[in-house]
Design a protein around this ligand. Structure first.
Ligand code: SF4
Ligand code: SF4
Length: 196
């Protein structure tokens, strides 16, 4: 009999305890926001995205030398960098003043694949690739998540490729002439030696 009433009391007690917790939460201050109607980082709230937050990447092409370190570090292969050689002194220097030996006609990042690990930012020698505070970039077509950072126009790419090809041809011609002249000189010297 004692156990019977004890169980009834336990039942009533736990219900009252649960109701007390519910009431406390009913009148407690909200800790969630009605995103996107209210932005969690509204300036009025004084909140800011932490500086080390991992969001959308940005590539400063005036700092990128086309080394492809970032693409090789990416675990999901979402960075594609295309390069071709530049005629010495033809490509504009980097923002830092360093000489550039390569043109970068295409630099894409597919954010549909990116896992925001930030591994690509570590090996960049010029800090050209960085995380930004931008995290709201939803789109309806996933193809739009493929960002092209390079700004070279197709006509310029064609022109620079042709320029490098003619530079190479000219260089090969000069090398062949120099080699031929050296061989002729050597043969001449051999004849003089024989005549002595
Ligand atoms: S953050 Fe990670 S997954 Fe995204 S591009 Fe960089 S290395 Fe690749
Ligand atoms: S590691 Fe930096 S410099 Fe090299 S290709 Fe990537 S962004 Fe450009």
């Amino acid at each position: 009999m004692k156990t019977y009433f004890k169980n009834i009391w336990l039942g009533v007690y736990t219900v009252l305890l649960g109701m007390k917790i519910t009431l406390v939460h009913l009148f407690a201050k909200n800790v969630t926001v009605q995103y996107p109607n209210k932005h969690p980082l509204e300036k009025a709230s004084g909140d800011k995205m932490p500086p080390n937050a991992r969001n959308r990447l940005f590539v400063d092409m005036e700092l990128c030398n086309g080394c492809t370190n970032c693409a090789r570090a990416c675990p999901v292969n979402c960075i594609t960098v295309e390069t071709f050689k530049a005629v010495p002194g033809d490509a504009p220097p980097l923002k830092t003043g360093e000489k550039r030996g390569l043109w970068v006609p295409s630099f894409t990042i597919d954010f549909a694949k990116c896992c925001f690990c930030s591994l690509c930012t570590e090996p960049c020698p010029t800090e050209a690739i960085k995380m930004t505070t931008e995290f709201e970039y939803s789109v309806y077509d996933r193809q739009e998540l493929k960002y092209q950072f390079a700004k070279m126009k197709p006509e310029l790419i064609k022109e620079k490729k042709e320029l490098y090809a003619s530079y190479q041809a000219e260089k090969a011609k000069k090398d062949a002439e120099a080699k031929k002249a050296a061989e002729a000189k050597k043969a001449e010297e051999g004849k003089v030696e024989e005549g002595k």
